[in-house]
Design a protein around this ligand. Structure first.
Ligand code: ZN
Length: 267
Protein backbone atom coordinates (compact mmCIF):
# COMPACT_ATOMS: atom_id res chain seq x y z
CA UNK A 1 0.00 0.00 0.00
CA UNK A 2 1.45 3.31 -1.12
CA UNK A 3 0.68 6.98 -1.03
CA UNK A 4 0.38 8.49 -4.50
CA UNK A 5 0.99 11.92 -5.99
CA UNK A 6 -0.44 12.39 -9.49
CA UNK A 7 0.96 15.41 -11.34
CA UNK A 8 -1.43 16.23 -14.18
CA UNK A 9 0.47 18.61 -16.44
CA UNK A 10 -2.42 20.06 -18.41
CA UNK A 11 -1.96 20.00 -22.19
CA UNK A 12 1.43 18.24 -22.33
CA UNK A 13 2.17 16.45 -25.61
CA UNK A 14 4.21 13.27 -25.62
CA UNK A 15 6.79 14.46 -28.17
CA UNK A 16 7.31 17.75 -26.33
CA UNK A 17 7.82 15.94 -23.03
CA UNK A 18 10.43 13.64 -24.59
CA UNK A 19 12.21 16.54 -26.30
CA UNK A 20 12.15 19.11 -23.51
CA UNK A 21 11.83 17.38 -20.15
CA UNK A 22 15.40 16.33 -19.41
CA UNK A 23 14.88 15.57 -15.74
CA UNK A 24 12.02 13.17 -16.47
CA UNK A 25 13.79 11.57 -19.42
CA UNK A 26 17.06 11.27 -17.49
CA UNK A 27 15.18 9.45 -14.75
CA UNK A 28 13.77 7.08 -17.38
CA UNK A 29 17.21 6.39 -18.86
CA UNK A 30 18.82 5.86 -15.45
CA UNK A 31 16.12 3.40 -14.36
CA UNK A 32 14.54 5.64 -11.70
CA UNK A 33 11.34 6.09 -13.68
CA UNK A 34 9.42 4.33 -16.42
CA UNK A 35 7.58 6.01 -19.29
CA UNK A 36 4.55 4.67 -21.09
CA UNK A 37 2.92 6.14 -24.21
CA UNK A 38 -0.64 6.98 -23.25
CA UNK A 39 -3.53 7.57 -25.66
CA UNK A 40 -6.06 10.17 -24.49
CA UNK A 41 -9.76 9.42 -24.82
CA UNK A 42 -12.06 11.55 -26.98
CA UNK A 43 -12.96 14.33 -27.05
CA UNK A 44 -9.40 15.35 -26.11
CA UNK A 45 -10.73 18.11 -23.84
CA UNK A 46 -9.92 18.91 -20.24
CA UNK A 47 -13.12 18.45 -18.27
CA UNK A 48 -14.07 15.16 -19.97
CA UNK A 49 -10.56 13.80 -19.40
CA UNK A 50 -10.22 14.99 -15.79
CA UNK A 51 -13.23 12.76 -15.21
CA UNK A 52 -11.74 9.94 -17.29
CA UNK A 53 -8.46 10.06 -15.36
CA UNK A 54 -10.33 9.91 -12.05
CA UNK A 55 -13.07 7.38 -12.91
CA UNK A 56 -11.31 5.08 -15.38
CA UNK A 57 -14.24 5.54 -17.78
CA UNK A 58 -14.27 7.03 -21.29
CA UNK A 59 -16.30 10.25 -21.74
CA UNK A 60 -18.99 8.37 -23.69
CA UNK A 61 -19.60 6.31 -20.54
CA UNK A 62 -19.22 8.87 -17.73
CA UNK A 63 -21.17 11.43 -19.75
CA UNK A 64 -19.01 14.54 -19.32
CA UNK A 65 -18.43 14.90 -23.07
CA UNK A 66 -17.98 18.70 -23.11
CA UNK A 67 -16.10 21.34 -21.15
CA UNK A 68 -19.50 23.04 -20.86
CA UNK A 69 -21.16 20.21 -18.92
CA UNK A 70 -20.75 21.60 -15.41
CA UNK A 71 -21.95 19.06 -12.87
CA UNK A 72 -20.48 16.86 -10.19
CA UNK A 73 -19.20 13.41 -11.09
CA UNK A 74 -21.84 10.71 -10.67
CA UNK A 75 -19.30 7.88 -10.73
CA UNK A 76 -16.95 6.18 -8.29
CA UNK A 77 -13.72 8.15 -8.57
CA UNK A 78 -10.31 8.29 -6.94
CA UNK A 79 -11.30 11.03 -4.49
CA UNK A 80 -14.61 9.47 -3.43
CA UNK A 81 -13.17 5.96 -3.11
CA UNK A 82 -10.13 7.05 -1.09
CA UNK A 83 -12.15 9.41 1.09
CA UNK A 84 -14.85 6.80 1.86
CA UNK A 85 -12.14 4.32 2.81
CA UNK A 86 -10.90 6.73 5.46
CA UNK A 87 -7.84 7.84 3.54
CA UNK A 88 -6.75 11.45 3.18
CA UNK A 89 -7.15 13.26 -0.15
CA UNK A 90 -5.86 16.60 -1.40
CA UNK A 91 -5.61 18.59 -4.60
CA UNK A 92 -3.95 21.75 -5.87
CA UNK A 93 -5.96 22.05 -9.05
CA UNK A 94 -8.10 24.05 -11.43
CA UNK A 95 -11.58 24.88 -10.10
CA UNK A 96 -13.18 22.35 -12.46
CA UNK A 97 -11.91 19.67 -10.06
CA UNK A 98 -13.84 21.29 -7.23
CA UNK A 99 -16.93 21.28 -9.46
CA UNK A 100 -16.47 17.62 -10.41
CA UNK A 101 -15.74 16.20 -6.97
CA UNK A 102 -16.72 18.70 -4.25
CA UNK A 103 -19.86 20.10 -5.93
CA UNK A 104 -21.40 22.99 -7.83
CA UNK A 105 -21.68 25.92 -7.99
CA UNK A 106 -18.02 26.80 -7.41
CA UNK A 107 -17.62 30.02 -5.46
CA UNK A 108 -14.26 31.47 -6.55
CA UNK A 109 -13.83 33.24 -3.21
CA UNK A 110 -15.14 30.81 -0.60
CA UNK A 111 -14.32 27.52 -2.33
CA UNK A 112 -10.72 28.34 -3.26
CA UNK A 113 -9.53 26.74 -0.02
CA UNK A 114 -11.21 23.65 1.41
CA UNK A 115 -10.25 21.75 4.55
CA UNK A 116 -13.18 19.46 5.25
CA UNK A 117 -12.86 15.71 5.80
CA UNK A 118 -16.47 15.16 4.68
CA UNK A 119 -15.62 16.22 1.10
CA UNK A 120 -14.17 13.85 -1.51
CA UNK A 121 -11.30 16.35 -1.94
CA UNK A 122 -10.59 16.94 1.74
CA UNK A 123 -7.82 19.49 1.34
CA UNK A 124 -8.37 21.52 -1.81
CA UNK A 125 -6.58 24.60 -3.12
CA UNK A 126 -8.24 25.73 -6.33
CA UNK A 127 -7.60 28.39 -8.96
CA UNK A 128 -9.61 29.80 -11.85
CA UNK A 129 -7.04 31.69 -13.93
CA UNK A 130 -5.40 29.73 -16.75
CA UNK A 131 -2.34 31.97 -16.38
CA UNK A 132 -1.73 30.72 -12.81
CA UNK A 133 2.09 30.42 -12.66
CA UNK A 134 3.21 26.80 -12.43
CA UNK A 135 5.81 27.65 -9.80
CA UNK A 136 3.09 28.91 -7.44
CA UNK A 137 0.85 25.93 -8.09
CA UNK A 138 3.69 23.46 -7.52
CA UNK A 139 4.54 25.14 -4.22
CA UNK A 140 0.91 24.87 -3.16
CA UNK A 141 0.95 21.18 -4.06
CA UNK A 142 4.17 20.65 -2.12
CA UNK A 143 2.65 22.46 0.87
CA UNK A 144 -0.32 20.06 0.81
CA UNK A 145 2.08 17.10 0.66
CA UNK A 146 4.13 18.29 3.61
CA UNK A 147 1.33 19.70 5.78
CA UNK A 148 -1.26 16.93 5.38
CA UNK A 149 0.67 13.88 4.07
CA UNK A 150 -2.35 12.92 1.92
CA UNK A 151 -2.72 9.36 0.69
CA UNK A 152 -3.79 10.69 -2.72
CA UNK A 153 -2.65 14.11 -3.88
CA UNK A 154 -3.45 15.63 -7.27
CA UNK A 155 -1.23 18.48 -8.46
CA UNK A 156 -2.50 20.16 -11.60
CA UNK A 157 -0.42 22.91 -13.26
CA UNK A 158 -1.90 24.75 -16.28
CA UNK A 159 1.14 26.50 -17.78
CA UNK A 160 1.68 24.21 -20.79
CA UNK A 161 -1.99 24.31 -21.78
CA UNK A 162 -2.10 28.09 -21.39
CA UNK A 163 1.02 28.69 -23.51
CA UNK A 164 -0.20 26.14 -26.07
CA UNK A 165 -3.51 27.96 -26.50
CA UNK A 166 -1.82 31.32 -26.79
CA UNK A 167 1.08 30.44 -29.09
CA UNK A 168 0.38 26.95 -30.47
CA UNK A 169 1.78 23.52 -29.71
CA UNK A 170 4.70 24.03 -32.11
CA UNK A 171 5.83 27.30 -30.49
CA UNK A 172 8.94 28.15 -28.52
CA UNK A 173 6.70 29.43 -25.70
CA UNK A 174 4.95 26.08 -25.41
CA UNK A 175 8.24 24.16 -25.40
CA UNK A 176 9.65 26.54 -22.78
CA UNK A 177 6.63 25.94 -20.53
CA UNK A 178 7.35 22.19 -20.68
CA UNK A 179 11.03 22.76 -19.90
CA UNK A 180 10.14 24.98 -16.95
CA UNK A 181 7.69 22.36 -15.68
CA UNK A 182 10.46 19.77 -15.90
CA UNK A 183 12.66 21.97 -13.70
CA UNK A 184 9.89 22.33 -11.11
CA UNK A 185 9.43 18.55 -11.10
CA UNK A 186 13.19 18.06 -10.63
CA UNK A 187 12.98 20.18 -7.47
CA UNK A 188 9.91 18.42 -6.06
CA UNK A 189 9.99 14.74 -6.97
CA UNK A 190 13.13 13.66 -5.03
CA UNK A 191 11.62 14.98 -1.77
CA UNK A 192 8.29 13.23 -2.46
CA UNK A 193 10.13 9.98 -3.14
CA UNK A 194 12.06 10.40 0.13
CA UNK A 195 8.70 10.84 1.88
CA UNK A 196 7.60 7.47 0.48
CA UNK A 197 5.34 8.63 -2.35
CA UNK A 198 4.79 6.89 -5.64
CA UNK A 199 4.85 9.75 -8.16
CA UNK A 200 2.95 9.65 -11.44
CA UNK A 201 3.26 12.37 -14.09
CA UNK A 202 0.88 12.51 -17.02
CA UNK A 203 -1.46 14.81 -18.95
CA UNK A 204 -5.10 15.06 -19.96
CA UNK A 205 -4.44 15.80 -23.66
CA UNK A 206 -1.91 17.28 -26.06
CA UNK A 207 -1.98 20.43 -28.20
CA UNK A 208 -1.96 21.01 -31.95
CA UNK A 209 -0.02 23.67 -33.86
CA UNK A 210 -3.17 25.82 -34.10
CA UNK A 211 -3.29 26.05 -30.31
CA UNK A 212 -6.26 23.76 -29.86
CA UNK A 213 -7.12 20.24 -28.78
CA UNK A 214 -10.25 18.14 -28.78
CA UNK A 215 -9.83 15.94 -31.84
CA UNK A 216 -8.20 12.62 -32.58
CA UNK A 217 -4.81 13.53 -34.08
CA UNK A 218 -1.65 12.28 -32.40
CA UNK A 219 -0.56 15.76 -31.32
CA UNK A 220 -3.81 16.06 -29.34
CA UNK A 221 -4.06 12.50 -28.01
CA UNK A 222 -0.57 11.17 -27.29
CA UNK A 223 0.61 12.05 -23.79
CA UNK A 224 3.32 10.64 -21.53
CA UNK A 225 2.72 8.59 -18.39
CA UNK A 226 5.72 8.46 -16.05
CA UNK A 227 6.01 6.44 -12.87
CA UNK A 228 8.63 7.09 -10.19
CA UNK A 229 8.67 4.30 -7.63
CA UNK A 230 8.56 1.08 -9.62
CA UNK A 231 11.36 -1.43 -9.87
CA UNK A 232 11.72 -1.16 -13.64
CA UNK A 233 12.83 1.94 -15.53
CA UNK A 234 13.12 2.68 -19.22
CA UNK A 235 10.50 3.06 -21.90
CA UNK A 236 7.54 0.67 -22.16
CA UNK A 237 6.51 -0.67 -25.58
CA UNK A 238 3.13 0.02 -27.14
CA UNK A 239 0.33 2.29 -25.96
CA UNK A 240 -1.77 2.29 -22.81
CA UNK A 241 -5.22 3.80 -22.41
CA UNK A 242 -5.98 6.77 -20.21
CA UNK A 243 -8.77 4.70 -18.65
CA UNK A 244 -6.02 2.67 -16.95
CA UNK A 245 -4.85 5.56 -14.74
CA UNK A 246 -7.58 5.32 -12.09
CA UNK A 247 -7.21 1.55 -11.59
CA UNK A 248 -3.43 2.02 -11.51
CA UNK A 249 -3.68 4.57 -8.70
CA UNK A 250 -6.13 2.37 -6.76
CA UNK A 251 -3.88 -0.63 -7.17
CA UNK A 252 -0.85 1.31 -5.90
CA UNK A 253 -2.91 2.46 -2.90
CA UNK A 254 -4.05 -1.09 -2.18
CA UNK A 255 -7.72 -0.19 -2.75
CA UNK A 256 -10.32 -2.37 -4.52
CA UNK A 257 -11.01 -1.50 -8.15
CA UNK A 258 -14.73 -1.02 -8.93
CA UNK A 259 -16.17 -3.35 -11.59
CA UNK A 260 -17.02 -0.39 -13.83
CA UNK A 261 -13.29 0.28 -14.28
CA UNK A 262 -12.54 -2.32 -16.91
CA UNK A 263 -8.94 -1.37 -17.78
CA UNK A 264 -6.15 -3.24 -16.03
CA UNK A 265 -3.63 -1.33 -13.91
CA UNK A 266 -0.61 -0.27 -15.96
CA UNK A 267 2.05 -1.46 -13.54
ZN1 ZN B 1 -6.69 23.37 -23.08
Amino acid sequence: MHKVILVLVDGLRLDTAIAEMGFLEGAVRSGKARRWTMRAELPSLSRPLYETLHTGLPPQVHGVVSNDIVRPSSRDNLFSIASKTGLRTAAAAYSWFSELYNGVPYDPVMDRECDDASHPIQHGRFYTEDAMPDVELMRTGDMLARRFQPDYLLIHPMGCDDMGHRFGGASAAYRRAAAEMDNLLSLAIPGWRDAGYQVLVTSDHGMNADGRHGGATDDCTLVPFYRFGGEVGGVADGEVSQTAVAPTVLSLMGLPIPEAMTSSPIL
